[in-house]
Ligand binder design. Structure first.
Ligand code: PMP
Length: 437
């Protein structure tokens, strides 16, 4: 179909000014101008249900977060080498949501920077250089973390010190895969520095119950490496707490013991009863404002600090911290963890009940679900996923596909997403699948 003249013109100008390395969503790209809650509007005033964006986690344009940003921006914003009590208070507050063994937090602007810093800390602390990741992992876009992100493919080839563990999914066991990656590194004389995993395995296709993760963590530690939990996707309550392996819909208990403060169910690693050496945070942390962090045990940070210093001009500036504090306050006060825990299983069951041979497995936890689209033989159907994503966009529902076969619909809405929104999503997906088959 022809694009509307304004859309065609913006696409042309964008390509001319910004070059060919970027990608837009949808055959008919969207020009969004406003958001509120789980909804966004385009320039023509058309409303869309946002089922994709985990960054505006407490809802697009949440008034508390907007006010906090505006007030701090109107008062002062600086780089990060002055004393700022609000920053210290947020650091203390955030650390209170982690196990007591995680004693320090360092601020960055993006998840990529957080993972980059985490690798530097792990390498300094262990004296090793090898890093183990899952098979379709994405950990970010700096040179260092692109080299541990197999999902980028293409020219961003992995580093000689990267090893890919072919799990989770397909019944594979992460422990066996990590053990063989460690052996493979040792064979060529590389000491392991870290195992890093996204605790919801988003780009691997969304796996809430990865078999063997706890044993894999024990194995990396026995080999002298650290365990880094990448919570950029899973963190800040989206998974609704619970514990891994507690059945298809996850448990009703509020997560693992051993938290410093009350366990609020904010972190994916806690579902496995794990205490990581390093945790990285990003995306939802500032509800859309760029702020991210590394949370770590004291010893690795001491080892890193003994070798050098860290400075990040914008990382944890007062405006970013105001956004982060307001977001964390809203997550707790509006009880989004409980909401994700309640609505997630209902949405998941409704998706499973769609009567279509095109739906394979439905996986997930809380408000982070993956729906595999398959062909007649049950194989991943990327072409169908492209059709479904574009047809849903025409029906004013926004989502996208990912996973190793690019056939997994990623359902990851702002946490204000309610049962009415869920019914609309399920109804439209059902209609689109009928229309396409
Ligand atoms: N880790 C994970 C698991 C991610 O999904 C992403 C972004 N998609 C990143 C890290 C990188 O975060 P950012 O884009 O903020 O640099």
């Amino acid at each position: 179909d022809e694009l509307a003249p304004r859309t065609a013109e913006l696409v042309r100008r964008r390509a001319a000014a910004m070059g060919p390395a970027y990608r837009l969503f949808y055959r008919e790209p969207l020009e969004l101008v406003r958001g509120e809650g789980a909804y966004v509007w385009d320039r023509a005033g058309v409303e869309y249900l946002d089922v994709y964006n985990n960054v505006p986690s407490v809802g697009h344009a949440h008034p508390r977060v907007v006010a906090a940003i505006a007030e701090q921006a109107a008062r002062l914003n600086t780089h990060t080498r002055y004393l700022d009590e609000a920053t210290i208070a947020y650091a203390e507050d955030l650390l209170g949501t982690f196990p007591g063994s995680l004693e320090h937090v360092m601020f960055t602007c993006s998840g990529s920077e957080a993972n980059d810093l985490a690798l530097r800390i792990a390498k300094a602390a262990t004296g090793g250089g090898g890093v183990i990741v899952t098979r379709n992992a994405y950990h970010g876009g700096t040179t260092e973390v692109a080299a541990i992100s197999p999902s980028l493919g293409g020219v961003d080839s992995l580093a000689p010190w990267t090893r890919v563990a072919h799990a989770p999914g397909g019944g594979a066991d992460l422990h066996a895969a990590v053990a063989s990656a460690i052996a493979d590194l040792e064979l060529v004389g590389i000491r392991p520095a870290a195992l890093i995993v996204d605790t919801i395995f988003a780009s691997d296709g969304v796996f809430p119950d990865a078999a063997g993760l706890s044993l894999a963590v024990a194995a990396i530690r026995a080999a002298g490496g650290l365990f880094i939990a990448d919570e950029v996707q899973a963190g800040f309550g989206r998974l609704g707490g619970g514990s891994a392996g507690a059945g298809p819909a996850g448990g009703d208990d509020a997560g693992a013991a051993g938290q410093n403060g009350a366990d609020l169910g904010l972190w994916g690693f806690a579902r496995y009863g794990l205490e990581p050496d390093i945790v990285t945070l990003g995306k939802p942390m500032g509800n859309g404002h760029p702020v991210a962090a590394v949370v770590a045990r004291r010893a690795p940070i001491e080892a890193f600090a003994a070798r050098g210093r860290y400075f990040n001009t914008f990382g944890g500036n007062p405006v970013s911290i105001a956004a982060a504090q307001a977001t964390l306050d809203v997550v707790r006060e509006e009880r989004f963890v409980e909401h994700a825990r309640a609505i997630g299983p209902r949405l998941r069951r409704a998706l499973e009940q769609i009567d279509s041979p095109r739906i394979g497995e439905v996986r997930g936890q809380g408000l982070f679900l993956g729906v595999d689209l398959v062909d007649d033989a049950g194989r991943p159907d990327e072409a169908l996923a492209i059709e479904v994503v574009n047809a849903l966009r025409q029906r004013r529902i926004l989502l996208a596909a990912s996973g190793p076969g690019n056939n997994t619909l990623k359902i990851r809405p702002p946490l204000v997403f309610n049962d009415t929104d869920a019914s609309r999503l399920v109804g439209e997906l059902d209609a689109v699948l009928k229309e396409l088959s």
